[in-house]
Ligand binder design. Structure first.
Ligand code: FAD
Length: 456
């Protein structure tokens, strides 16, 4: 079994890299231990968004009478929400399997282990390849808290397998994954408590957005306890999470507990030491070209410890495919959009106002409130805003933070303008369709120019 390229791990990094290598005429094999699509498709992005979409339907239907629509006996069936999620995942997985086949990628099901710089052992056979791409992803990290092994303590993996909706939840960790789960279950009317060790939830996200989102979550009944250290979990009939806040011992109770405090790279059993691949802490060390210290072995995705997002893994895979065919492509992490699927949605890219000031940039800010946007009003949404950060002299766009309906779709427009090193003037000159939520982008650009006709 001799190939030009062997890809270890079939998540959004690996399966896309394999297809791209094959498109470049390289004989490619993809080795996957579980299901194609990796965390993203099977235990991450897609199942969470499928459940969130269903929950949002239910939540919005509660205020449907404002639109003249009435439901009798509004209810949800969690088992069916979960079944729909499984259907979406399985359809997309079949799609990936079909794509690999259509592009001539050989897929081997099995757990691969590096034997040397050109060989991977899988299912007792040896796969030989000129180039190897490591893309083995990550899994939930469980901190060593006493009681973390109780039956009703779950990670995102188990939560996404549940067929029954928990009545009340304590979520340990108020990062992106924790807050998406809080949104999901609060939208379904369940009691949610979020315990976060940092002084606030969503570390690293624009403070104004965090403040507004916290208020929205609180109005939905989510209790947010920040600056609190969990010291133990007990399970009798219910789960009790004991924590310390301001030096005082306290506790929160729920029927289940979700631990979402980060993810660890799956690199311990893939034979790194047999080949002498260098680590960077608990990740694999790579250079700007995504090469490891072994010249023909690359690493992409969550195992590189850069930004743990599916689209970053995919882009890294594209960069590696180009480097294998002899290009000298560097990975750029400056223009990476991030999304949070709350209601309203949140998305951000590049520098925030605070980061730009810290970086010594002379900036201008443009703002616009969702309340002034026609399409948002039609949708019954008034919460949120956009902030554009740009260079004071040239108007080059450095970043944006959006909290608005469809923010996660709109951030792509800012990504394009940033990738092209475009300016506020160019954004402002671009005719945007009406009525759409994306008009808030052009209004914020007008605001930078002091020409916003409808100040928030
Ligand atoms: P993975 O997707 O983890 O795939 C790695 C694959 O390698 C797995 O299929 C695994 O089985 C396989 N593997 C591991 N070891 C071996 C081996 N030795 N041999 C063969 N196969 C092996 N990101 C977003 O961009 N947007 C989101 O909305 C989003 N939501 C998320 C929600 C949740 C709950 C979680 C947990 C994550 C979410 N993420 C999201 C993050 C995203 O899922 C990851 O960043 C992405 O999946 C990383 O891709 P990857 O290719 O590096 O690895």
């Amino acid at each position: 079994m001799k190939y030009d390229v062997a890809v270890l791990g079939g998540g959004p990094g690996g399966y896309e890299a394999a297809i791209r290598c094959s498109q470049y005429g390289l004989k490619t094999v993809l080795i996957e231990a579980r299901e194609l699509g990796g965390t993203c498709l099977n235990r991450g992005c897609i199942p969470t968004k499928a459940l969130l979409h269903g929950a949002e339907f239910y939540d919005e239907a509660k205020s449907a009478q404002e639109f003249g629509v009435f439901f009798d006996n509004l209810a949800f069936d969690y088992e069916k929400l979960a079944a729909n999620k499984d259907k979406v995942v399985s359809r997309l997985r079949k799609g990936i399997e079909g794509l690999e086949k259509a592009h001539g990628v050989t897929v081997i099901k099995g757990f691969g282990v590096l034997k040397n710089a050109n060989e991977i052992e899988v299912n007792g056979e040896t796969v030989v390849a000129d180039h190897i791409i490591l893309a083995t992803g990550s899994s939930p990290f469980l901190p060593p808290i006493p009681g973390v092994d109780n039956k009703s303590v779950m990670t995102s993996d188990e939560v996404l397998e549940m067929k029954q909706c928990p009545e009340s939840l304590v979520i340990i960790g108020g990062g992106i994954i924790g807050i998406e789960f809080a949104t999901l279950y609060a939208s379904l009317g369940k009691k949610v408590t979020v315990i976060e060790m940092q002084p606030d939830i969503l570390k690293g996200i624009d403070k104004e957005i965090v403040k507004e989102l916290s208020q929205i979550l609180k109005r939905k009944g989510v209790q947010i306890i920040a600056g609190a250290k969990v010291i133990g979990i007990e399970e009798v009939e219910e789960i009790t999470v004991n924590y310390e806040k301001d030096g005082q011992p306290k506790s929160a109770v729920g029927t289940c507990c979700i631990v979402s405090v980060g993810r660890k790279a799956q690199i311990d059993q893939i034979g790194l030491d047999a080949v002498g691949i260098k680590r960077n802490g608990s990740f694999i060390e790579v250079d700007a070209y995504l090469r490891t210290n072994i010249p023909n072995i690359y690493a992409i995705g969550d195992i590189t410890g850069k930004i743990q997002l599916a689209h970053v893994a995919t882009k890294q895979g594209m960069v590696v495919a180009e480097n294998i065919i002899g290009k000298q492509k560097r990975m750029n992490y400056e223009v990476v959009p991030s999304c949070l699927y709350t209601n309203p949605e949140i998305a951000w890219i590049g520098l925030s106002e605070e980061e730009a000031v810290k970086a010594g940039k002379n900036i201008k800010i443009g703002r616009y409130g969702v309340g002034g946007n026609g399409k948002s009003s039609v949708m019954g949404q008034s919460k949120g805003f956009i902030k554009l950060v740009c260079d004071h002299a040239t108007g080059e766009v450095y970043g944006a933070q959006i909290m608005a309906p469809r923010a996660t779709d709109m951030i792509g427009e800012i990504a394009v303008i940033m990738e092209c090193e475009g300016t506020i003037e160019e954004l402002s000159d671009t005719i945007h369709p009406h009525p759409t939520v994306c008009e808030i982008i052009v209004e914020a650009a007008h605001d930078v120019e002091g020409l916003c006709c409808n100040a928030p």
